[in-house]
Ligand binder design. Sequence first.
Ligand code: NIG
Length: 425
Amino acid sequence: MKKDCDLIIKNIGQLLTLTGYTPKKGGEMSNLAIVENGAVASKNGRIVAIGKEDSVISEINLLDNAEEINADNKVVTPGLIDCHTHLVFSGSREEEFYLRIKGEDYLKVLKKGGGILSTVDAVRKASSEDLFNNGEKILNDMISFGTTTVEIKSGYGLSTEDEVKILKVIKRLNEEHPIDVVPTFLGAHAFPKEYKNKEEDYVNLIIEEMLPEVKEKNLAEFCDVFCGRGVFNLKQSEKILDAAKDLGFKLKIHADQLAYDGGAELAAKMNAISASHLEYISDEGIENMKQKGIIAELLPGSVFFMGKNNYAPARRMINNDVPIALATNYNPGTCAIKSLPIIMTLANIYMRMSAEEVITATTINAACALNLQNDVGSIEVGKKSDVVIWDINNYKQIPYFLGLNLVEKVIKDGTIVFQKNERGF
Ligand code: NIG
């Protein structure tokens, strides 16, 4: 029997389906499962047929008023997935960026009450409406670069009330914006000023008050911790992650970002879904992550934006079968880049990842980092109809044309949500 469909994209030059094993590691990261002369059909926001155009057309029944898109022999990929951001905040930190260019150190700024803590001050003063409006603008920019799913962390409230305020804004963004938003609780992002010299009390506040309240209100899927010197040490991080696990949160961890701290090993010990940053990961950390199948969320935008050159050892990880995802890490301090294609270029140039690997890392592997691999990240029957049509005819141009927005159309849940205007913007 033919399958009804209300949307068909035809005449696709290169259809990058990204089907196959998940998460993709080692050589599998280079297999984009490309169909040439392809088509994708969907109904009610879910994909019902993919493959060569002739075969898709023979399988479907086009409903009245169905949308037909001619891709004009161009490239089509799954919607991009940004699996690590901190995009709900208030204010901006260009003054800190300015000082860093002059040589100021990131952690020294934080110690003096700037950095993350200056954003905490701004967020505590901001209304939920302002936070929502700011977040909505950022998501609008992201969708124009092809992003259809985003993870957002709290972590700029650092009190129960303000963390809950941020998480409620994240929930509202998910409800009102076309992009799917995955919420992560990051109360352990920094020690707030009022807990100076009482750090253990803040750890206890997270465990005894914040985590139970966030769980009770069902405001987060994941719990993350900024593990490292100057922030949460290994013992404190483990204590928080343990409590979060007991409550049923899935775990993430910021690990080995500014120095080697054993965070990757901790991620393995705790069976976290992912560990992020990993610029200073050890060989043992790589081995432990491989053994447990933990996804490395690499964030080259932050290394670039901080003016450093200590990029995470992506090639060593790929050679050792650690699955890699890439994300923007969009936040006001260490990365003001909203575009995943720019992140792909940085990963190409500075981490020597291939075009195929960076596309895998921003689609199916990023979906795995959010536990969404059954729903998004590849173009397969049954998955969401989240698709990007690119104004190019070779996918290798995505990371090549740095800074140019090559996205022609973004389809989310089977509906066009972004379209380049006739002047190409
Ligand atoms: O991932 N590492 C922790 N958090 C962010 C920085 C947040 C900020 O500076 O506001 C990061 O780089």
